[in-house]
Design a protein around this ligand. Sequence first.
Ligand SMILES: NC(=O)c1ccc[n+]([C@@H]2O[C@H](COP(=O)([O-])OP(=O)(O)OC[C@H]3O[C@@H](n4cnc5c(N)ncnc54)[C@H](OP(=O)(O)O)[C@@H]3O)[C@@H](O)[C@H]2O)c1
Length: 431
Amino acid sequence: MAKDRALKIAIAGLGTVGVGVVKILTQHAELMGARAGQAIEIIAISARDRSRNRGVDLTSYSWSDNLVDLAAIEDVDIIVELVGGSDGPALTLARTALAAGKSFVTANKALIAVHGRELAALAEKTGATLRFEAAVAGGIPILKSLAEGLAGNHISGLYGILNGTCNYILTRMEREGLSFGEVLADAQRLGYAEADPSFDIDGIDTAHKTAILAALAFGTAPSMDMTIEGIRNIAPVDIDYAKELGYRIKLLGVARQTEEGVETSVHPAMVPLAAPLAKVMDALNAVVVQGDHVGETVYTGAGAGEGPTASAVVADIIDIARGNSYPAFGVPTDALKDLPAMPPGQHKGTFYVRLRVEDASGVMADITAVLARENVSIESMLQRGMAPGGGVYIILTTHLTAEAAVSSTLKHFTKLECVLETPTMIRIEAF
Ligand SMILES: NC(=O)c1ccc[n+]([C@@H]2O[C@H](COP(=O)([O-])OP(=O)(O)OC[C@H]3O[C@@H](n4cnc5c(N)ncnc54)[C@H](OP(=O)(O)O)[C@@H]3O)[C@@H](O)[C@H]2O)c1
């Protein structure tokens, strides 16, 4: 039976996502209320610039110049934070709201990746609910899937394309044969990439999301203790060779449980062309989850943008209205496990290595001597015509080997006189 009293929410941040939430809650008010079991009413809002025209009618909501004041409004049930940043006002608002027993919904991956455990514990203490579906993969309900739909499984691993900007750049590099710099400049002009794109292209954004996914999948606290590599060094030639070898390059967030500990990392990887993740193009996101009973499940959709992200925020609000309040990371914070992390370099897999070398006799002998010394066994070796800048490219793929051994081999390659530039190494993910 529907409740008489409306669920009252306050929204901090009225940018892309905040305005999207206002639109859904006003345009579909009746449907959302029916699903929630009570009307959902926005009563207060906050952003920096009160005078800005945001394309939606905000006149009936009370305005706060200081977003933290929203948490002090007595009859607010849920604070929705759509500002961003791991610290600063978003963190202060989260702490104040949860301490006051108000539920807290956010799209802020940085906040949850860095302070998730503390905030989840605070929510438990005061009986509030903490939800952040929109923080990972935008419109794809992947956190709910991990916490609820897959709750009957031991999750051994997950892999995700979690940053639309990187996937867009890699897609255009492949389709148009352009360099990373050319596509990035164009993406910035079109609004697909930020003026300061480093959070996206250097893998930090993907790392925040991977930390949250790993926490829900394995029942651990989110941790940013992982190796992070972005896509700046991917060259069109790597994309071409990947295709020739039967792969496509994607920036992946990876979390898996291994005998050596939990491995979480962000890195560009060669993915077999037939794998589901290889088919995810443009700005789309996707996550593959491996559960012991369910097997492999694949989730794909829009990872960002006004509508998809607001869709996830509203789903969290409705969940709270329904009284569906599972712990933020799937288990209570005192049951979160401290699983040991896999030591760096211990990853075992196969690798792609690209060398630009002098076009001279004896070069192959030098290279194979280093490989033999480092005990790295080669699955294939390709040599193609002249490389731009002089010399020729040699492309190696390895058999199963430890990443530390390949890294050490690369260091020795760099010392060879015949090697003309720093070698490139890309993981090959076999799934
Ligand atoms: N955009 C996406 O597709 C997307 C996808 C997934 C997750 N997210 C996450 O959602 C959150 C919001 O993203 P967005 O794209 O909507 O950002 P945005 O368009 O930049 O909007 C940010 C909003 O926060 C307000 N703000 C900033 N600092 C403030 C302060 N000190 N006090 C009060 N208000 C403040 C801004 O006010 P003014 O408008 O007055 O400047 C603006 O309304 C971020 O955590 C982001 O990571 C976004």
